[in-house]
Design a protein around this ligand. Structure first.
Ligand SMILES: [Zn+2]
Length: 631
């Protein structure tokens, strides 16, 4: 055991032998401790030599320390935003900082983890709480109420098939006439219920006769009426059926807790969620119900625009049609109609709309990828305002790398040029713990191929040259902290690398990736916003708002060539296009929101004493606007 040492490196016990009991040995309590009088006398001697915090040399140290911290903050990505805060916004930020500090002291105490551990004996609690364990607690806080109301701008990274709660969707599906279910095997055992692939399809003629899908004698592939099968579900009839299917489409808290199973294991379950849910939504009445619920939930959460990654194979059927469509024309017509209908309604008049980022599965070989790219181009020509970009998706650690996909990607680019359409890249890259391996190197290709944003960029912080390039080329990082946590890249939001990127001046935004499968319970972004605000001390409400503003600034509202895109990002709200107008709208919303925070919580928090830990943070340094943020 090391003894405490003073500045000169001499042990205090060496200098003051009277402090050290003669027979003291490591780990052994001496039988006769020194008397209090003796130790007090020695302590007096030491105490007199400890400098006061007011001593000039410590004050000089503190001044240097503050200036070093302030100097580092001038490199932050949100520095210009902070500098432009209005007086009301500054007050709102201060109020939120106090609420955050208070809730950290009173709600997020260490005994919460203790209690959780004792209440759930099968759960290993580790530092930083898992999202799935603290969601309910999060939703009961004042900070949640504030974040929920915050204008969030655009949702730039989310997957169309993983947005709306499956409990709602499956009940909608059960309410539709003549929907049938088939399975690739009898669902008669636990293993089959865990792994069997189910398909849902409309059939004009009701099929109720035949051995149930739950029986060992079921003939694989045979369609039977869904409502009848649900009612006959051996594990509790219709409610049990819904619970089982929801479980197949969602990551359970239990899946997230088994950290020791690693990233491959959670991805196996995650991919199974997509397989199990593949045909729940690909029926016209379901698509319509899905889109309405999605847009309603987004707007209620303060999200006014969303760009959704879309990876559906050709398995979509029109209302009361048994056969899937040969192309994407009808599906995109439905999307166009539903967006227009929602925007024309009273409820949806503040919604700006949806864009689709076409995605191919990185696990596929060349031919299906090229065929999919071809569909993307055809659909873009018919729905120019809907198809806003292209990406490849799937587990990066196992799928094809961007380097491997170069021939296909260059073919795609050439085809786009020939057809006179612009479908820019918005690549997933660096959603990995790798360092220098293929999936990690996707970041290099994404940047070299001119991606306009990077999906995740989790491992980007390991690449200083790329970090500089991304900052200089104004490539936005779409960070999805809860998704990264649930998919085991980090144990908690506190371990997430986004603060490192923000500190280096990289423009970022927050996104929710797959909220229906991660267990968010809503398509909105409030959970990710809440975790960032509570988890990263340097962020604060101002930093959070700058992430929201970035999401609007980097939205693909219009068809733009690279020059026009870059000009729009640079000009921000000073430009003259749709983007500038929407940024101005967002800024008005933000001011209104800050006023609400001050009205609502000002009395209680505005003139309470500054919390001790945030005294330094409250003194904002006078900072210069970095080149990257000048309009
Ligand atoms: Zn994603």
């Amino acid at each position: 055991m090391a003894e405490p040492t003073d500045i000169q490196g001499k042990s205090a016990l060496e200098k003051y032998p009277s402090l050290k009991p003669e027979d003291a040995q490591d780990g052994v309590t001496p039988e006769a401790p020194l008397s209090t009088t003796e130790t007090d006398a020695a302590w007096e001697e030491i105490a007199q030599q400890i400098p006061s915090i007011d001593d000039p040399f410590l004050q000089r140290y503190l001044a240097g320390r503050e200036s070093l911290i302030a100097n580092e903050k001038t490199q932050r990505a949100d520095v210009a935003f902070r500098k432009s805060l209005s007086p009301i916004a500054k007050r709102a930020c201060r109020i939120v900082e106090r609420i955050r500090a208070e809730e950290q002291r009173t709600i997020w105490t260490s005994d919460v983890e203790e209690r959780m551990a004792s209440e759930s004996p099968h759960v290993t609690v580790f530092p930083g709480m898992m999202f799935s364990m603290c969601r309910e607690r999060m939703e009961s806080t004042t900070l949640w109420r504030i974040v929920r109301r915050m204008p969030k701008g655009s949702l730039l990274h989310a997957h169309l098939e993983a947005m709306v709660d499956f409990d709602y969707l499956i009940r909608e599906l059960l309410a539709l006439p003549n929907v049938h279910i088939a399975s690739d095997r009898p669902l008669a055992s636990h293993d089959a219920l865990v792994a069997g692939q189910v398909t849902f399809r409309y059939r004009a003629k009701e099929r109720v006769k035949g051995t149930a899908v739950w029986s060992a004698d079921y003939k694989p592939g045979k369609f039977l009426l869904l409502t009848k099968m649900a009612d006959e579900f051996p594990g509790g009839g219709r409610d049990g059926f819904v619970e089982w299917l929801v479980g197949r489409c969602t990551l359970h808290p239990q899946n997230a807790h088994h950290q020791h199973h690693g990233i491959d294991a959670i991805w196996d379950k995650f991919q199974d969620c997509f397989i199990a849910s593949a045909t729940i939504m690909t029926y016209e009445p379901m698509v319509r119900a899905y889109l309405r619920a999605l847009m309603r939930q987004l707007l209620a959460d303060g999200v006014r625009w969303a760009e959704l990654r879309f990876a559906w194979p050709l398995n979509y059927c029109r209302d009361r049609h048994e056969q899937p469509e040969p192309d994407y024309w009808h599906l995109f017509t439905v999307i166009r109609e539903e967006v227009a209908r929602f925007r024309a309604s009273d409820e949806g008049r503040d919604f700006w709309g949806l864009g689709i980022i076409w995605t191919s599965l990185r696990s596929l070989p060349t031919r299906p990828i090229v065929e999919d790219m071809d569909h993307c181009i055809t659909t873009k020509m018919e729905f120019p305002e809907l198809v806003v970009g292209y990406d490849v998706v799937g587990y990066e650690n196992r799928g094809r790398t961007l380097r491997d996909l170069l021939p296909e990607l260059f073919w795609f680019r050439q085809q786009c040029a020939q057809e006179g359409v612009s479908v820019p890249f918005f690549f997933h890259a660096g959603e990995t713990l790798g360092d220098g391996d293929g999936p990690d190197a996707n970041l290099f290709d994404a940047v070299l191929l001119g991606t306009r944003r990077i999906g995740h960029g989790y491992s980007l912080y390991k690449h200083p040259v790329l970090v500089d390039m991304v900052r200089e080329r104004r490539v936005l990082v779409e960070a999805c902290p809860i998704s990264n946590e649930v998919l085991r890249l980090c144990g908690s939001v506190a371990a997430h690398p986004l603060p490192a990127l923000l500190a280096r001046g990289v423009p970022c935004c927050l996104c929710n990736d797959d909220p229906a499968m991660m267990g968010h319970g809503s398509a909105g972004m409030s959970h990710d916003f809440w975790q960032a605000l509570q988890g990263w001390h340097n962020l604060g409400l101002a930093g959070l708002a700058s992430l929201a503003e970035n999401s609007v600034r980097w939205s693909a509202f219009e068809d733009e060539d690279n020059d026009k895109w870059m000009a729009g990002v640079k000009a921000a709200s000073l430009g003259d296009g749709v983007k500038a107008r929407r940024l101005q709208e967002w800024q008005v919303e933000w001011e209104r929101f800050c006023l609400w925070v001050v009205d609502e919580y000002g009395e209680q928090y505005d003139d309470t004493p500054e919390p001790e830990e945030s005294v330094a943070a409250g003194k904002q340094p006078v900072v210069a606007v970095p080149e990257a943020d000048k309009a």
